[in-house]
Write a protein that binds this ligand. Structure first.
Ligand code: MN
Length: 239
């Protein structure tokens, strides 16, 4: 049986072509899979589950709900406000960032990937603030429209900051990667976030380990298909 992994679709109403690709994934490869894991940043941003009233968000939730294959979601930095109500509406199971899964007999760490980018000190400092329960509670207490404005503002700041940073700073840090393999006692890791689709081979304490970085979605969709034979990339193209 094949398990599928995707991340960084950044779905939004402004990019209908990516939505079309996502619907193709759900109607095709995901139907034949034993499970579908979404490793964060499904949406370009998520302002809170009360935004399920938005027709675009509802359409995505309905499309997921219609897929019988078991579905799992872990939060990205764009959509970490996704909560129980979205899970119910989409009929998917919310899992924690950094979940270990036994995948065809191989312990595999699933994560969004932003926690590995430890060289980006500004980002990690901001992440700590944004993920605090207090900040989340205060934000969710705001009216939806105000919350959206605030999130748009934060996004603009983050995009501006990214412009001044090197690719190396925004990539996964080798020590953080080794530490994650070691601490979670896994030999395989699957994550997204950096948008740099690749397979990396690592040696950690003498053990060969593999790290699969999922690509983002744009003109085409990307997924990783895993079964007992190993991992292979899957491309979803427009019809
Ligand atoms: Mn991300």
């Amino acid at each position: 049986m094949t398990t599928l992994f995707v991340s960084d679709l950044h779905l939004c109403a402004r990019r209908p072509e990516t939505v079309e690709l996502f619907l193709r994934l759900l109607a095709g490869p995901a139907r034949d899979a034993s499970a579908l894991y979404i490793l964060g940043d499904l949406f370009d941003y998520w302002a809170g589950d009360d935004d399920l009233g938005d027709p675009f968000n509802r359409r995505i939730a309905d499309a997921l709900a219609a897929l019988a294959t078991p579905k799992f979601f872990l939060p990205g930095n764009r959509d970490f406000l996704i909560a129980a109500q979205f899970g119910v509406a989409s009929r998917l199971t919310l899992i924690d960032d950094e979940t270990v899964l036994d995948l065809a007999g191989q312990p595999t760490l699933l994560l969004h990937g932003d926690t590995l980018c430890t060289d980006d000190l500004d980002y990690q400092a901001a992440r700590k603030v944004l993920r605090a329960a207090e900040w989340r509670r205060d934000l969710l207490a705001l009216p939806l429209a105000e919350r959206k404005r605030k999130i748009e503002g934060l996004r603009e700041q983050s995009e501006t900051a990214k412009g001044g940073k090197s690719h190396e700073i925004m990539d996964a840090n080798a020590d953080a990667v080794a530490a994650a393999f070691r601490e979670r006692d896994v030999t395989r890791m699957i994550h997204g976030h950096t948008h740099r689709q690749a397979q990396h081979d690592h040696i950690v304490d003498g053990h060969p380990c593999e790290r699969w970085v999922l690509g983002d979605w744009g003109a085409q969709g990307n997924a990783l298909a895993v079964d007992s034979g190993g991992c292979r990339w899957l491309t979803i193209e427009r019809g």
